[in-house]
Design a protein around this ligand. Structure first.
Ligand SMILES: Cc1cc2nc3c(=O)[nH]c(=O)nc-3n(C[C@H](O)[C@H](O)[C@H](O)COP(=O)(O)OP(=O)(O)OC[C@H]3O[C@@H](n4cnc5c(N)ncnc54)[C@H](O)[C@@H]3O)c2cc1C
Length: 440
């Protein structure tokens, strides 16, 4: 019997450390807003906390030991990420922030030894930051709509085009750029290639830093004007951008889901705290059944989602191959925005006017729940993946009525058990005769 929902005591000690560190160190710094993100802010606030995390052996835990991580695997990572998920600054402190994690993953997978030496090490050490520059204003869900081109001139690639929502472009040292290199390739998914472009390369222009919701933003609207990079800026094979980006997005989606469990748990905690504290009419909010219903529904929804996330993490550890877990990863991607939205919206509602105010985190949470349904591909696209993967196990029949049509099943059963049915009928007959004789 291998169904086990317990955390081993040694790892629990690490989780307890994270819990205390989050409360005492990370959360206070997170209230300082954008001040912590600039170079001076990083030196003063972020780096000392990162040093403590490294000392505890908890830095970049999504990585295998060959890349300097602990190699804990996804289940332990999920338990850690649940704690980090309640605060948006925490992943940067623990060396597992998007989009750097995914970018490091693809450089580790596809980079040349020179690229790894130059970019991977400082990225993994938290010395530099990166951005993933794929989506365009023309559309993000469908890579075949992208227009940005990279044309080979001599031994240089010349990149031209516009990218949209390149998260953290303004803080980045490198941009991983997705561009059309082979517009005539027969397979449309082999038309694009990936490049590592230093952000300070002449011609890289950040037109705007777009914000999500009302927040000040870091979603780069980036223009590439005749940007020249050497031939070996190519990341992975020419024409392989689609395949490379799929490697990247698999892990990212799972890590977002793990952290969303933490964010939902945080919203539920605040909801319950308010419900037991706030008095109205002749009792606490928590005395009213409609409030209780919201708490119960939230808890049930969260626990269901958490189990799906943990099971997916366990499957990744088991198969060590994201492709084999595609359906499960797509399923948690679909479930995530709804669970987060429902719980955050209830927490907001139970706080009344305070809940919608800018003095509480709920509006940000609700906005984030919408982001979860869009970033890394919209919900609809992932639902299609889930359905297609499920349908693979089903085969069509040309029969007029399906194999599970009940008259057909009944007939087959009667045929199979004909002898037994005869014996049963005979026994009933004998019984009825005996009853009739007894009555007579
Ligand atoms: C906070 C945030 C951070 C992001 N960070 C990055 C980043 O770092 N780098 C990057 O390159 N991109 C990033 N993105 C962009 C993201 O990948 C795209 O927004 C996403 O792929 C959707 O593309 P779109 O916004 O162009 O929407 P569209 O592609 O225009 O889709 C809009 C809507 O159309 C519907 N739709 C689309 N396709 C289908 C379909 N096949 N079936 C049914 N309905 C469909 C859905 O309702 C979808 O929400 C980020 C986005 C957000 C919100």
């Amino acid at each position: 019997m291998a169904w086990d929902f317990e955390t081993d005591p040694e790892f629990q000690k690490k989780l307890d450390w994270i819990e205390d560190f989050m409360r005492d160190e990370v959360e206070p710094v997170s209230h300082l807003g954008m001040a912590v993100y600039g170079p001076e802010g990083r030196e003063r606030f972020i780096k000392p906390l990162q040093a403590e995390v490294k000392e505890q052996g908890l830095w970049a835990c999504h990585l295998g030991p060959e890349l300097g991580g602990q190699g804990y695997g996804q289940v332990k990572l999920a338990l850690m990420n649940e704690k980090l998920g309640r605060n948006s600054l925490a992943p940067s402190i623990f060396g597992c922030q998007a989009p750097d994690t995914g970018n490091a993953e693809i450089i580790a997978h596809y980079g040349t030894p020179e690229q790894k030496e130059k970019w991977l090490k400082p990225l993994l050490d938290g010395e530099i930051r990166s951005a993933f520059s794929m989506s365009e204003p023309t559309g993000g869900s469908d890579p075949l709509t992208f227009r940005t081109t990279a044309v080979l001139e001599g031994d240089e690639w010349v990149i031209d085009g516009e990218k949209w929502f390149s998260t953290n472009a303004r803080w980045s040292t490198i941009l991983i750029v997705y561009a059309v290199t082979d517009p005539d390739a027969a397979d449309p998914y082999r038309r694009m290639s990936m490049f590592i472009v230093p952000t300070k390369t002449p011609g890289v222009e950040i037109l705007r830093n777009v914000g999500v919701g009302r927040d000040e933003g870091s979603e780069g609207y980036v223009k590439y004007n005749n940007v020249r990079v050497p031939y070996d800026a190519l990341l992975g094979e020419r024409g392989s951008a689609f395949a490379v980006s799929q490697t990247r997005l698999g892990g990212g989606r799972v890590h977002h889901a793990m952290r969303t469990v933490g964010a939902c748990k945080h919203a539920l905690d605040l909801m319950c705290q308010r419900a037991v504290s706030r008095t109205t009419r002749d009792g606490k909010l928590s005395d009213y059944q409609m409030v209780q219903e919201q708490i119960a529904d939230s808890w049930i929804q969260l626990e269901q989602f958490r189990l799906l996330v943990m099971r997916t993490a366990w499957l990744i550890d088991k198969h060590k191959d994201y492709k084999k877990v595609r359906k499960d990863i797509a399923a948690i991607k679909v479930a995530m925005p709804k669970v987060y939205h429902d719980i955050a919206a209830k927490a907001l509602h139970i706080h009344g006017a305070l809940g919608v105010s800018n003095e509480m985190p709920f509006m940000g949470m609700v906005t984030s729940s919408f982001v979860m349904g869009i970033a890394d591909g919209p919900t609809e696209v992932h639902k299609v993946t889930v359905a297609k993967q499920i349908l693979r196990d089903y085969h069509p029949t040309n029969d007029l009525f399906p194999a599970y049509h009940m008259p057909r099943q009944r007939e087959a059963a009667r045929e199979r058990f004909a002898e037994d049915l005869k014996a049963v009928e005979a026994a009933w007959k004998a019984r009825r005769k005996a009853d009739a004789e007894a009555e007579a």
